[in-house]
Ligand binder design. Structure first.
Ligand code: SF4
Ligand code: SF4
Length: 474
C-alpha cells in the first residue's frame, strides 16, 4: 500500500471531527464548549501554587513590572474565565496577547506547570471566537501569515525581486534613509526583517550519504521559512551530519510544521500540515527525524498533544522520533572538529529550543569542542529576543524593547559572533544588528561547525563607524 493510501485508510478508520476535545485523563475544564477555556488542560491551573518563582524569568514582566504581564497573573486570568467567574475583557485579552509564549516560565516553575498547555488553547479559542470584522478581513493574516509564510516555494518566489533589490544595494539605501518605516504597519516591519542577501543554494537532494563509518540513518526536516530564507544553514547542517557518519534522507512531500497556523488561530490548517508531514516521513526507515530550528522542533515534538482525535497515536509516534540536531549529535558523540575557528562567540538560547524542548547544554557542549573558539556566556541568554514566531509583527513595541535588551546583553560580552538555532531569532537579531550598523556576525551554530569540518576561516564583517564605536572596535 502506498503512503497516501495507508494514510487515507487511517482517516476512514478514525474520523477526525472531534478536534481539541481532550480525553478525560487530560482533566480539562468541564464548564462547556462555550467557555474560552474549554480546551485547556485544567489540571495545569490547579498545579500553580502562586509562588511567583517564574516571574523574574518572564520577559514581559521584566519589561513592564506588571503582575498581569507575568505568568502567575496570566494563569490567574485564565482561571477566572475557566471557572466562569468573569468574561474576558479587552484589558485581560491585552495581557494575554502580550505573552510571547516563550515558555521561560515553564523552565522556572518548580511545580511543573505546563503553561503552554494553558495559553495556547486559550488563545486559539479567543482567535476562533473573534467575530470582529477587522479580524475576519485581516488580509495580512490570511494572505501573508497563513498563505505565504508556511509555503517555502511561494515565499521564495515572492522574495526573489526583493533579493534582487538587496543585491543592487537598493534595499539598504532605502533602509538607511528610514523609508522602509513608511510602508504601512506590519508590511513595513516585515520588510525590515528580511535577511541580507545570500545565495540560497540548490534544494537539498533526497539523499546524502554518510562520510566514513556509518553510524545512523536520519531524516531531515526542512520546514518553510527556514528553507526559503536560511537554506545555507540547511546545507551546513546536512554536511555536519554526513561528517558524523549519518545517512541523511530529505523526504519529499514534507512542509511547514504547522506552528504558524496554530499560533494564528487556524488549528485545522495546522493539523492539515502536520498530517502531510506524517505521510511524508516513513518512521520505520529512520533512527530519528532531525530539525535544526527550535520553533519547528518544538511544534513537531508536540504533535502528540495538539489534536485529540483517532490519529493521535500516530502523531505521538512521529513526535517521539523528532530530535533537535544538537541534541542528537551530542548523544551520538560528535566526530572531532578539524579546523580552528579563532573568534569570540556568544550563544543565545532560542525559547522553543531551551524552554519548550529543554535543549540548552547540548549546543554549548558541541560549540565548546570547536578548536580556537572563545565561547562567552550571554547574560539573560534564556530571555526571549522578541521574535516569538510572528510576535514581532503583532506586538511591535514589546518586541523592539526585547530585541534592544538582547543586543545590549550581546554587546556586553564583546563577542564577534552571535549564535542561535532558530529562524525567528536569526531574523530578529540580524535586523537589530543591521539597524545599529554593527559588524557582529549572526549565525546558526551548525554553520560554525561546518566551517570547522571544512577547514575554512570565518570572514568577519566590518560594521559602520557608529557600529564600531558601540562595539569598542578601533
Ligand atoms: S507557574 Fe509555577 S512558578 Fe509560577 S507561580 Fe505558578 S507554581 Fe509558581
Ligand atoms: S510564556 Fe514567556 S512571556 Fe508568556 S508568561 Fe511565560 S515567560 Fe512570560
Amino acid at each position: 500500500m502506498n503512503r497516501r493510501k495507508w494514510w487515507d485508510s487511517l482517516h476512514s478508520a478514525h474520523p477526525t471531527d472531534n478536534f481539541m476535545n481532550f480525553s478525560s485523563q487530560d482533566n480539562t475544564n468541564e464548564s462547556g464548549e462555550d467557555n474560552l477555556a474549554a480546551g485547556i488542560a485544567y489540571d495545569q491551573l490547579l498545579r500553580c501554587v502562586h509562588c511567583g518563582l517564574c516571574t523574574s524569568s518572564c520577559p514581559t514582566y521584566l519589561e513592564t513590572g506588571d503582575e498581569n504581564n507575568g505568568p502567575r497573573g496570566r494563569i490567574q486570568l485564565i482561571r477566572l474565565v475557566a471557572d466562569g467567574r468573569t468574561d474576558l475583557t479587552d484589558r485581560m485579552r491585552h495581557h494575554l496577547e502580550l505573552c510571547l509564549d516563550c515558555r521561560a516560565c515553564e523552565t522556572a516553575c518548580p511545580s511543573g506547570v505546563q503553561y503552554g498547555r494553558l495559553i495556547e488553547p486559550f488563545r486559539q479559542a479567543i482567535e476562533a471566537k473573534d467575530t470582529r470584522l477587522e479580524k475576519r478581513w485581516d488580509i495580512f493574516r490570511r494572505g501573508i501569515l497563513l498563505n505565504l509564510f508556511p509555503y517555502a516555494d511561494r515565499l521564495r518566489y515572492v522574495l526573489r525581486p526583493m533579493r534582487m533589490l538587496q543585491r543592487l544595494g537598493i534595499v539598504s539605501a532605502i533602509e538607511r534613509l528610514g523609508l522602509l518605516k513608511l510602508l504601512p504597519g506590519r508590511l513595513g516591519r516585515l520588510a525590515q526583517m528580511l535577511p541580507s542577501p545570500t545565495r540560497p543554494g540548490p534544494r537539498l537532494p533526497k539523499f546524502l550519504p554518510a562520510v566514513g563509518r556509518k553510524r545512523a540513518r536520519v531524516a531531515f526536516f526542512v520546514g518553510c521559512v527556514a528553507d526559503a530564507m536560511f537554506r545555507p544553514v540547511h546545507w551546513a547542517t546536512v554536511r555536519v551530519l554526513q561528517q558524523n557518519g549519518c545517512d541523511v534522507f530529505v523526504p519529499r512531500g514534507q512542509g511547514c510544521c504547522g506552528a504558524i497556523h496554530l499560533h494564528n488561530g487556524d488549528p485545522l490548517g495546522a493539523r492539515r500540515l502536520a498530517d502531510a508531514n506524517l505521510v511524508a516521513f516513513e518512521l520505520d526507515r529512520y533512527d530519528a527525524i532531525l530539525v535544526n530550528h527550535g520553533g519547528c522542533g518544538a511544534m513537531l515534538k508536540e504533535y502528540g498533544h495538539h489534536w485529540h482525535d483517532g490519529l493521535q497515536p500516530h502523531r505521538a509516534r512521529f513526535a517521539d522520533k523528532v530530535k533537535d540536531v544538537h541534541e542528537f549529535l551530542d548523544n551520538l558523540g560528535v566526530v572531532p572538529f578539524s579546523g580552528r575557528i579563532e573568534v569570540s562567540a556568544t550563544y543565545h538560547d532560542s525559547c522553543h529550543l531551551t524552554h519548550a524542548q529543554r535543549v540548552a547544554s547540548a549546543p554549548r557542549r558541541l560549540l565548546a569542542k570547536i578548536p580556537g573558539l572563545d565561547l562567552r556566556e550571554l547574560p539573560e541568554a534564556g530571555i526571549c529576543c522578541g521574535a516569538g514566531g510572528t510576535y514581532n509583527l503583532t506586538e511591535p513595541e514589546m518586541s523592539d524593547q526585547l530585541s534592544r535588551r538582547k543586543l545590549d546583553n550581546i554587546l556586553s560580552t564583546g563577542a564577534q559572533v552571535v549564535l542561535t538555532a532558530n529562524a525567528g531569532c536569526l531574523l530578529q537579531i540580524q535586523r537589530e544588528v543591521r539597524q545599529a550598523g554593527l559588524g557582529l556576525q549572526v549565525m546558526h551554530p551548525m554553520e560554525l561547525m561546518d566551517l570547522s569540518y571544512r577547514g575554512e576561516k570565518l570572514e568577519l564583517k566590518a560594521g559602520s563607524e557608529k557600529g564600531k564605536m558601540k562595539m569598542n572596535v578601533s
